[in-house]
Design a protein around this ligand. Structure first.
Ligand code: NAD
Length: 368
């Protein structure tokens, strides 16, 4: 049997640094858990622009389309700021998401106990938090037409359009309900049905899909503004939050930062099922290329390592091994091992990017 395939696009800035630690982890799973992947590697973002004059080549898109999963580091850097918009590193990222039609963005907000004091919320509100935001990623206000800045009489008017078709709502709803079945079995759908017709349709379609296909999952609805309040008031009431592109952009950032540092936050973007029944998928840390610390060995590789854990769970059907990896990251934090972004005491000594990766490997080994 052939191994599942994984395409690594490390990108720019700290991307290659954090990805080097993920490679150690991938190697460990191959050696110690007989979980082997055919790993390919290629360029995206500024690295691709430097080599090919474009932030993403058609050849890399083709590789991404045929891989079982794509793992991405980060793109961008100040040296590319003056490039034409179409050549900027970030365009590579937008294109790969669009070409793979990755319509469901999964952003977990999980609080590692050792980091509970990092949250802006009180420990007793945040401790044990484990929620998943499912954000629609390829439609809604960021894509709807008409859009633009137009002249009306003697002033300009800026227009964006919130537009959703039934099928766009249905497919992301199915993704959320499917996830809830693997979790605590609850979905809270958030929109603004009180003031937006697209929200009315969203609520109707989500309810229809629920009744017809996922009646075993508990469904509730909430206006997105109340959802934002509830997220900071009592976040543990949620399991899976399903929402559109615009509200999801805000709610997922809010939920994620409840748990502490950008260096800890993974994400997944999922598309339609492939022949093997698993979704097309791209996994990446939420953070960017962090040019301010690139090349200094100060980046926290945890977000990228936890993104690989999501790949194990959602693309490779290895939920128990994903749990093992997440527990290893938790164990490292519990030992007080920290990269610089997770240190509040000025006299504390951080570990390097490689030191954090090595500590995760040691914790995996200790957990066998
Ligand atoms: P950023 O996420 O790169 O950095 C924000 C701050 O968080 C910086 O101070 C950085 O040092 C810190 N940080 C980020 N990741 C960290 C990690 N793993 N460990 C320790 N500290 C970390 O956001 P930015 O500074 O706004 O953007 C920098 C570049 O990255 C820009 O070119 C931007 O366009 C790009 N960007 C890319 C992505 C992506 O690839 N998905 C996302 C956001 C920004």
């Amino acid at each position: 049997m052939t191994n599942p395939s994984l395409l690594i696009l490390a990108g720019d800035g700290i991307g290659p640094e954090v990805m080097a630690e993920v490679r150690k982890v991938i190697g460990w799973f191959g050696d110690r858990r007989a979980l082997r992947f055919d790993v390919g590697e290629d360029l995206i973002g500024g690295a691709s622009y430097d080599a090919h004059g474009t932030p993403l080549t058609d050849a890399v898109i083709a590789k991404a389309q045929s891989a079982d999963a794509v793992l991405l580091g980060a793109v961008g850097g100040p040296q590319y700021d003056t490039l034409d918009f179409s050549l900027k590193p970030e365009r590579g990222l937008l294109r790969i998401r669009k070409d793979m039609d990755l319509f469901a963005n999964l952003r977990p907000a999980q609080c590692f106990d050792a980091l509970a004091d990092f949250s802006s919320l009180k420990r007793d509100v945040i401790s044990g938090l484990d929620i998943m935001i499912v954000r629609e990623l390829t439609s809604g206000s960021y894509f709807g037409e008409p859009r633009g800045i137009f002249r009306e009489g003697n002033e300009r008017v800026g227009i964006n359009t919130q537009r959703y078709t039934e099928s766009e709502i249905a497919r992301v709803a199915r993704a959320a309900f499917g996830l809830a079945r693997q979790r605590k079995g609850k979905v809270c759908s958030m929109e603004k049905a009180n003031v937006m017709e697209s929200g009315v349709l969203w609520r109707e379609v989500v309810s229809e899909i629920h009744a017809a296909e996922y009646a075993d999952v508990a469904l509730s609805h909430m206006y997105a503004d109340n959802g934002a309040m509830q997220l900071v008031r009592a976040p543990r009431q949620f399991d899976v939050i399903l929402t559109d592109n615009l509200f999801g952009d805000l709610l997922s950032d809010c939920a994620a930062m409840l748990t502490g540092s950008l260096g800890m936050l993974p994400s997944a973007s999922l598309g339609a099922p492939m022949e093997n029944g698993r979704p097309k998928a791209l996994y990446e840390p939420v953070h960017g290329s962090a040019p301010d610390i690139a090349g200094q060995g100060r980046a926290n590789p945890s977000a990228c390592i936890l993104s690989f854990a999501m790949a194990l769970r959602y693309s490779f059907g290895q939920g128990a091994e994903a749990d093992r990896l997440e527990a290893a990251v938790g164990a490292v934090l519990a030992q007080g091992i920290r990269t610089a972004d997770l240190l509040s005491a000025p006299d504390a000594t951080p570990v390097s990017t490689a030191g954090m990766g090595d500590a995760v490997i040691a914790a995996l080994e200790a957990g066998l």
